[in-house]
Design a protein around this ligand. Structure first.
Ligand SMILES: *Cc1c(COP(=O)(O)O)cnc(C)c1O
Length: 423
């Protein structure tokens, strides 16, 4: 399928009159429609809730859109909890799904009444010592080990992942928690990442539903929710078929009716904690070409770099690129599109067929709405960009300013050198 930016060249030109490149642009309309589709696909389940994975795009203006559509917060750290708190999240609005968790994070999660998801059996003790009590409602993260395979060849490797409890451990954990007075239980698992297939959630749901039946039989625990977590993916490449959330919802419903309903467990709520699927396609990195270099290869240098979008450098991830205004031009040139870092992996594209690029052209790098800006860092002293929201009415709103050198040097503000830098 041809990948088309959610913003037209004309719209983008008027945004560029006001805001310099580089910046991440987000599409309110796309985010809202997708969130509605998500809720519609799971409307058969009374307690369904999507907890947006805050780490994917920790911007309150973007999260607020999903909050208005009914989503909660999936937090994994102290600062994410602080953001959720400031946005009014309390109690069941927050899932706290973290691992290797510091005590202060658990304290804030408990203060907010968040649903705490335990990554390990040893965290029962740690949590009890930290809080002086255990919450009445608790979730345990499951990791069956081995390899997770789907029929189209996509797989992931839970046996190699640091997360979750083994099968014997989750049974043991439930028994201990129940003996200590916990009244409501949940199960959580994240077994495959960025799955571009409608099969993942239903397959995962079947495993977790069967586990829930056994846990209930063996421990008598009252299981009230099952959290399918993240992992529903997006088509980064033009040749990939996007997931159909309605088929996914129907697939989960089928196994729910087959496994949970006959076991008398038809009051279980389905939770999800998607990040990538909720915002990924609805963000783009807008950057300008500033250099061309003809050496052993043809290079195009842009004013963004891996600091603004790390996925290509970190995972060799593909991000589609549209040269604005040249959408229909033939892709008869082959380029490496690079940033300025002193790292040879700082390339947004390698050997990419693109239209002939001229200096000053605007590139739209697709699918940066999740795990894009958020993964940014400050190597080479490069600064993080602004974030801009393209609102439903077509206007653009600044939702995060760009970093300045003052931000970069801020952690020296208690030393004399700080004032010298800005003399
Ligand atoms: C990262 C993460 C998510 C979101 O994953 P996506 O791939 O963005 O859907 C959800 N839950 C947990 C615990 C995570 O670590």
């Amino acid at each position: 399928m041809k990948k088309v930016p959610f913003v037209t060249n004309e719209q983008l030109k008027s945004i560029l009159e006001k805001y310099p490149t580089p910046f991440h642009l987000y599409d309110e309309k796309g985010i809202r429609e997708n969130a509605k589709a998500m809720y519609d696909a799971f409307s058969w389940n009374k307690g369904f809730r999507e907890y947006f994975a805050v780490k994917a795009e920790p911007n309150p203006f973007v999260i607020e859109i999903m909050q208005k559509e009914g989503c909660g917060f999936d937090c994994s750290s102290l600062t994410e909890l602080m953001l959720a708190k400031a946005m009014g999240g309390r109690g069941d609005d927050i899932m706290f799904s973290s691992n290797d968790t510091p005590a202060e994070d658990f304290k804030l999660a408990d203060e907010l009444g968040a649903i705490i998801n335990l990554d390990d059996i040893t965290h029962i003790d740690f949590l009890e010592k930290t809080l002086g009590h255990l919450p009445k409602k608790i979730c345990c993260r499951y990791n069956p080990g081995g390899v997770f395979r789907m029929s189209n060849g996509i797989m992931d490797n839970p046996g190699d992942a640091k997360y979750g409890m083994t099968t014997p451990q989750i049974f043991e954990a439930y028994k201990i928690l129940k003996a200590k007075g916990v009244e409501e239980f949940g199960i959580h698992a994240f077994l495959a990442s960025n799955t571009v297939t409608n099969e993942y959630y239903p397959m995962l749901a079947k495993q977790l539903f069967e586990l829930a039946v056994k846990l209930k039989e063996e421990t008598g625990a009252h299981i009230t929710f099952i959290n399918l977590s993240g992992g529903v993916g997006i088509p980064y490449r033009p040749d990939q078929e996007p997931n159909d959330i309605h088929l996914i919802g129907a697939g989960v419903k089928k196994v729910y009716e087959k496994v949970l309903v006959p076991a008398g467990m038809d009051d279980i709520s389905i939770f999800t904690e998607l990040g990538r699927f909720m915002t990924g396609p609805y963000g783009g990195l807008v950057t300008k070409t500033i250099h061309e270099k003809h050496t052993h290869k043809e290079y195009i240098g842009v004013d963004a770099c891996a600091v603004n979008l790390m996925r290509p450098a970190m995972y060799g991830a593909y991000h589609h690129i549209t040269v604005m205004g040249k959408e229909d031009a033939p892709c008869d040139h082959v380029y490496d599109v690079t940033g300025s870092l002193c790292e040879n992996n700082d390339k947004f594209a390698v050997d990419r067929a693109l239209p002939k690029i001229d200096m000053g052209d605007i590139l739209f790098i697709h699918d940066t709405g999740a795990h894009g800006f958020a993964m940014g860092y400050n190597y080479n002293g490069r600064l993080k960009s602004a974030e801009i929201l393209l609102k439903e009415d077509g206007t653009a709103k600044l939702i995060r300013r760009a970093e300045t050198p003052k931000d970069y040097f801020a952690t020296f503000d208690c030393f004399p050198i700080y004032d010298k830098i800005f003399e």
